[in-house]
Design a protein around this ligand. Structure first.
Ligand SMILES: C[S@@+](CC[C@H](N)C(=O)[O-])C[C@H]1O[C@@H](n2cnc3c(N)ncnc32)[C@H](O)[C@@H]1O
Length: 208
């Protein structure tokens, strides 16, 4: 189980700062314990749908929702299932985004050689997942490629910008990945901190 960490808190703060959650229909994609879903519901979302591929995460998100009597439905599934429940006014996601060599060993954070195997399909789906005028907040590391995310979202006709940043020391996962991060030039050799960013994507009310 992925316990809420700095990236989770950065995204929760960005959601509170963004406003507009009251009465909104919200998706928390890659929900884990349901931390972001609970935040959205406590900010007044009318409904929150939370997806995770891990059944233990779904159970945990359900318990966290039920114990607080919040309007959250936690479901097991990936992007295809989430798309069937949309569109949403707000999409939140703290997806796996850690680059790794070889196979994804831990689906809580491993996300392919460039860290983008969950992120890219999510970015590409946002025009469908979001209602006109809706927005998404997605958190990931600088090592996953902030410009790549912004370009991808803009190519999908979304307005995109970084709305929050935090520099944090490498945790145990990245400390185990330094050889790969340095050799693949995703991180500067010797780097021991990473910048985590929240990217906001807005779907215009009308197509340009
Ligand atoms: C970094 S954790 C984030 C958990 C939580 N949202 C938070 O901020 O604390 C990523 C979560 O995504 C889930 N996950 C991984 N791949 C997924 C996919 N393709 N679709 C849905 N969930 C996925 C993992 O099981 C894990 O719970």
């Amino acid at each position: 189980m992925y316990r809420p960490q700095e990236d989770s808190y950065l995204l929760a703060g960005a959601l509170a700062d963004a406003g507009g959650t009251k009465g909104a229909k919200v998706l928390d994609f890659c929900t884990g314990t349901g931390f972001l879903a609970v935040n959205a519901a406590m900010l007044g979302a009318s409904s929150v749908t939370a997806f995770d591929i891990n059944p233990r995460a779904v159970f945990s998100a359900r318990v966290n929702a039920w114990s607080r009597r919040l309007p959250i439905r936690a479901r097991q599934g990936g992007l295809d299932e989430a798309l069937r429940h949309g569109p949403f006014d707000i999409v939140l996601s703290n997806p796996p985004y850690v680059p790794c060599d070889g196979e994804n060993r831990d689906p809580r954070w491993d996300a392919g050689a460039d860290g983008r195997c969950v992120l890219d399909p999510l970015c590409d789906s946002l025009p469908t997942l979001l209602t006109p005028g809706g927005f998404a907040l997605i958190v990931h590391s600088e090592f996953t490629g902030v410009e790549a995310t912004l370009s991808r979202l803009r190519e999908a006709d979304l307005k995109a910008s970084v709305v929050a940043r935090s520099r944090i020391p490498f945790g145990p996962v990245l400390r185990n990945r330094t050889d790969y991060l340095y050799s693949s030039q995703l991180a500067e050799p010797g780097a021991l901190t990473e910048e985590v960013v929240v990217v906001r994507a807005d779907r215009p009310r009308t197509r340009s």
